[in-house]
Design a protein around this ligand. Sequence first.
Ligand SMILES: [Zn+2]
Length: 162
Amino acid sequence: MWHFAKEIWVRCPRCDGRALVAVHPDHRDGHAYAVGWLTAPHRLTCTGCSHSGEWTPRPWRSGAGDSYFSGRGVLAVPALGGPDDPYFGLPLWFRRPCRGRVLWAYNLPHLELLEAYVAASLRDRPRPAGSQTLLERLPAWMKSAGNRAEVLAAIRALRDTA
Ligand SMILES: [Zn+2]
């Protein structure tokens, strides 16, 4: 999942256009582990209206989820896996109600992988290689045979907004 979280497409809080959340350009190097990348300073940028924002790592506190012992102290690791971005709390660009749940993806490659997976399941074809753990962790409602056609339609509707 963290691989896709390197570039998170969100809805700009100022112009409602598509904005990007990613590691701050000054902090892109030297991350040996995913957790180092996840807890690095992040920046929000909107090319549409020039809005930007900065996110700085937060110290870990009891109840704050996973922690990371870094050279900068013990940091709280932002939790991936919901329809909002884990840094600024903005709604993801790719999110859409489906079967009473919310279908979401961090960016186009993420959405396309979901599409390939669901389409292959629908046709009972071999599944695409790639992030198997990500796919295994998909919620059951997305994988359920009765929902696949509707999930696929929702994914394609989202892709049209890319
Ligand atoms: Zn904007």
